[in-house]
Design a protein around this ligand. Structure first.
Ligand SMILES: Nc1ncnc2c1ncn2[C@@H]1O[C@H](COP(=O)(O)OP(=O)(O)OP(=O)(O)O)[C@@H](O)[C@H]1O
Length: 225
């Protein structure tokens, strides 16, 4: 099986000199194609920091971080952009644009995919929203949707560009048990159908059963969960 995320001896600190705070300490982990990996760990243990480095959203300088065969340590902006284009992101707060409908929020992501006409973008976005069971909510704005529905719009937005990797940061944190489980179950089903790899950070123990593998980050160190 191919390795999509290959991290070895990654260390990362915030601040300089006496104020240096070491957040990730010598992390080594490989994540395979199609795998769903959940990363748990107490608040402040470095989970979000780790995710943003993997996603090419934060620069690290120590160790090796290969994502989709690109080295992200001390990488150029060009390399980071190339990697980012192949990743779908899901955040705790859905980060949808309030003035746009569900359909517009999802189709907007496809604007950076060259060569698709507006009609094709809208068709793909509508199909994706049907897949997350929101076919009857295409023209609703975020505030007209429930928390779980909004999070499913962000799942559709993350998947519509056919990414190789999904990075999700506490996607169920603001949802009740049922909506949270519904959202991650849909995510899992769609990911397995298309072979997408998922790295999901959470301290929601109610969703651990969607994982193929669970790892724990404690004090910047990875431990088997
Ligand atoms: N931009 C920043 N500048 C300085 N320190 C930061 C910054 N971002 C995070 N930190 C610190 O790094 C540590 C790890 O933060 P991080 O957000 O990665 O943890 P987390 O495990 O995701 O926590 P949570 O589960 O609460 O989201 C924390 O102690 C935090 O205060």
């Amino acid at each position: 099986m191919s390795i999509l995320i290959d991290v070895s001896n990654l260390s990362f600190s915030f601040g300089k000199g006496e104020l240096t705070q070491s957040v990730l300490k010598n992390i080594t982990i490989s994540i395979y194609k199609g795998e769903i990996v959940l990363m748990t760990g107490p608040s402040g243990s470095g989970k979000t920091t780790f995710l943003t480095i993997i996603g090419g959203l934060r620069q690290a300088s120590t160790g090796s971080v290969k994502v989709l065969d690109e080295q992200l340590i001390n990488s150029s902006e060009q390399v980071k952009v190339k990697v980012r284009k192949q990743i779908g992101y899901i955040f705790q707060q859905h980060n949808l644009i309030r003035s746009l409908t569900a359909l517009q929020n999802v189709s907007m992501t496809l604007e950076m995919h060259q060569g698709l006409s507006e009609r094709e973008r809208l068709n793909r976005a509508a199909k994706m929203l049907q897949d997350v069971k929101l076919g009857d909510r295409l023209h609703y704005k975020p505030e007209q949707l429930s928390g779980g529905q909004r999070q499913r719009v962000s799942i559709a937005r993350a998947l519509v560009g056919q990414p190789k990797i999904i990075l999700a940061d506490e996607p169920t944190a603001s949802l009740d048990k049922q909506s949270g489980q519904e959202a991650v179950n849909i995510l899992k089903q769609l990911a397995k159908e298309s072979g997408v790899t998922i790295l999901l950070v959470t301290h929601d123990y109610r969703i651990l059963d969607i994982a193929d593998r669970i790892v724990a980050l404690e004090d910047g160190v990875i431990k088997p969960a």
